[in-house]
Write a new protein. Structure first.
Length: 447
């Protein structure tokens, strides 16, 4: 396989955003690929997506070994550095925060090194769904929905990249406005991290840590996009299924409409079955990443909140935690909202099938169509959920609020929300009692 030129690499990196800009200028086009496809391509360009095809390349295998050594050399000194921070709560919390983050990156690297082929199966299956229902009677509505989802996913990706750039600058330039010597506190043998004793090795370590930040954080963001936007695509395909079901009555004008409707309905049932299979594969393949993501975010939120409160008299130190908290909490909300979209749209399938069942023009004349629609309604009664496998709860906003309420700040906000809800409930109860009492008095006066 030939090595792509630098221009080709740049074009492939920016292709997702170039396509989004062309779609914005021409509303009649549809994206050729979905956003998870582009995220996978970007990870391949970075040389950190070890599927079967990439592992056949010698340079990719060498690069993977280099990344493993590089990540290990970053994690081990930071773990050793924790022993020097035991005397200070703020320093220990900060070191623990970045150590856990580095371990999370390592877990992500291990997952995509071992499971990239299974992730390919999910992305390829969603890519097939992406090209369905784009031609036909309802193609305009379907294409509009696909463009809308593409713009939303691409726009959110740009926002996340901007926030990540600020975080990277904050981490790399931390020694400029703080007393620490390196971006991350680490202990190396022979005191190599000391700038006074070993200035050259200190500069090399500084550059090494900065390169790790510049490479691994954008790659980590791409892994999150690849998984989250798969959930977005599942929701988009479920909405397209609802559109097709609600427009089944357009075939009533045909002469042999019952056979046409039966064939279309069979295609829709198979499409729904395909989506259900992809959801099962997502829950199976992404189970460990979801579990590690939930645990890591829970610990990071606790550390950020605690360390920010402990360092409230040191604004420069507390600023790093305050900057990290929205990113960690935003990632949790992002994943949870994606899971919510899948659950909500899967419940809409039953309502759309019932609307088709309620059409009296052809349903009353075909028992086969009635049977198929009732089967689809019954099967769609159970909502599709992401990550609903013990001990991991369903990944939705309820789980997000449960995790956030475990932090001191989140618990305080959760208590305030509960108090507000109780206050509103008491007001409604008082209003209902007063209305009942007024109605009773009026009935007495009338009698």
């Amino acid at each position: 396989m030939a090595v792509p030129s630098s221009d080709g690499i740049i074009v492939r990196l920016w292709e997702q955003y170039n396509v989004g800009w062309r779609l914005y200028k021409n509303l009649e086009q549809i994206p050729r690929h979905m956003t998870p496809y582009y995220s996978r391509e970007q990870m391949k360009i970075m040389g950190n997506y070890a599927n079967a095809e990439e592992r056949l390349l010698t340079r990719r295998r060498v690069w993977q070994v280099f990344l493993l050594v590089k990540l290990t050399m970053f994690i081990v000194p930071t773990v050793i550095g924790l022993t020097e921070s035991l005397d200070s709560i703020v320093e220990f919390s900060e070191d623990a925060l970045w150590t856990i983050s580095a371990l999370y990156v390592f877990a992500r690297w291990a997952f995509y090194y071992l499971k990239a082929d299974q992730v390919d199966e999910i992305v390829d299956a969603l890519e097939e769904c992406h090209h369905e229902w784009n031609v036909g009677p309802n193609s305009e509505e379907t294409q509009s929905l696909r463009r809308w989802y593409y713009h939303i996913e691409t726009g959110l990706s740009v926002c996340w990249h901007i926030g990540l750039m600020f975080l990277m600058a904050l981490l790399i330039l931390a020694p400029v406005w703080t007393s620490q010597q390196l971006p991350f506190h680490a202990v190396y043998p022979f005191n190599l991290h000391n700038p006074e004793e070993h200035p050259i090795s200190y500069i090399l370590i500084y550059i090494s840590q900065s390169c790790c930040v510049i490479y691994f954080l954008p790659w980590l963001l791409l892994t999150e996009f690849l998984s989250c936007h798969c959930f977005f695509q599942l929701a988009a395909n479920l909405k397209i299924l609802c559109i097709q079901l609600r427009n089944l009555n357009q075939f009533t004008g045909h002469g042999d409409n019952e056979q046409i409707v039966a064939m279309e309905l069979k295609k829709l049932i198979e499409f729904h079955q395909k989506i259900m299979h992809i959801v099962d594969r997502v829950n199976d393949v992404f189970y460990n990443p979801l579990l590690t993501f939930l645990l890591a975010n829970f610990i990071l939120l606790l550390l950020c909140t605690f360390a920010a409160l402990a360092a409230r008299h040191q604004p420069l130190v507390a600023g790093r935690f305050i900057m990290t908290m929205p990113i960690v909490f935003g990632a949790l909300i992002y994943w949870s909202k994606c899971g919510d979209l899948v659950t909500q749209t899967s419940q809409d399938v039953a309502a759309a099938a019932f609307e088709a069942y309620d059409c009296p023009l052809w349903v009353t004349r075909s028992s086969i169509i009635q049977r198929d629609l009732m089967f689809l309604i019954q099967r769609a009664q159970k909502p599709l959920t992401i990550g609903a496998r013990a001990p991991l709860p369903a990944f939705n906003l309820v789980t997000c609020m449960a995790v956030s309420s475990a932090t001191p700040k989140g618990r305080h906000q959760h208590q305030q929300q509960q108090q507000q809800q109780q206050h509103k409930h008491k007001q409604r109860q008082t209003k209902t009692e007063s209305e009942t009492e007024t109605q009773t008095h009026s009935e007495v006066r009338f009698s």
